[in-house]
Write a protein that binds this ligand. Sequence first.
Ligand code: PMP
Length: 444
Amino acid sequence: LKANNARSIWHPMTAPSDSLNNPPTIITGASGVRIRDVDGHEVVDAVGGLWNVNLGYSCQPVKDAIAAQLDALPYYSIFRGTSNDKVIELAEVLRDFFAPDGLTRAFYTSGGSDSVETALRLARQYHKIRGDAGRVKYLSLKKGYHGTHFGGASVNGNANFRTAYEPLLPGCHHIPAPYTYRNPFNETDPERLAQLCLAALEDEIAFQGAGTIAAMIMEPILGAGGVIPPHPSFMPGVAAICRKNGILLIADEVITAFGRTGAWTGSRLWGVKPDFTCTAKAITNAFFPFGAVMIAEAVAEVFEKDETGKAAIGHGYTYSGHPVGAAAALACLAETKRLNVIENAAARGTQLHEGMKALQARHSLIGDVRGGHGLMCAMELVSDRATKKPADKAVLARVQETAYRSGAMVRVSGPNIILSPPLVLTAADVEVILSALDAGLSAA
Ligand code: PMP
């Protein structure tokens, strides 16, 4: 398998030469919160798939729902003139779920990048319907991650995901992120930093001209950029600035929706009502590629009451409204509530975050520990705490390898070790993750 992998697969986010030199771990099984490799080694999956396996790998009710739907209606498109019972049922459930965020309509997609693409498109279209066709630009945060399509890549705040594919969409501008550990303002107080970033946002809007900007897209907690929770004043501040300037707010909740932060949605964590919320990942617990963009009532009305003829939605995905995905999502939402994963995510998240801080007290490799909102945590490794110089790639690889041999799969992203385990893990599973990390850090 390893030889065939090396000669025939290119892996996402990996240099082809890297997978030749460092063959990947080949995973062949999973159950509960554990994954098993081809050599029979079993570990706690502290990555939770890719931030998406909230309910663990067993989750029989979701598997049963998928199997039943494959028998009843395996697929039919909802493009023109057809719908299906499952997507209607799901839209009603999503409508209730997202009511506190002010979102009432669902546009179905097949994943996170698609959800971002849809929200970016609908934002421009909204302004065109209203006769404001000059609003075409987008704002986003440095360190934000919004997927792989050209729209999402253009608003991505990490150059590594953009430069190879330039030129990207014109008119995308990136605002400093409220990243307390490192920021251009050298500000270490989170609240003052939030204010400085909000001032930078206002500056950029004034510089671009408010009337040229369609939307601002942001994650409620930056995920792939290294798990960066903002000060609680930040997202409400962004929302207020956007509203004042007629700019739509897109919450990219591909990671944060459905409980990961210890709240049902990231927007709710900060008390914000966005115009669009992008979802995917945990909506189906990773068991089926699926997503939905949730749309605010006021935005929906502009499309639904349009008499200019500009409201026809000119894009969609073959798998938009896939009935099997909808059946999986319905079962996931029911299980998420039944198992009370929100409470568990909050309690286990605190345990994990505190355990990581205790590791920081003993390992000088750890420069920063971030978390405190559910099961979304990261530690940033440095070679020198005083200068904050990022640790070498080899050091991060050593931590990861040793942690894996000691019982936990963790993820390396830049200088960060990222932890986003299933929300159903136990206190004992958290201890396994922490002791595996301890072993990894000691070895490195
Ligand atoms: N937005 C965010 C915030 C994400 O974290 C991701 C994926 N990690 C995406 C969009 C893209 O989702 P997908 O990989 O399902 O296309």
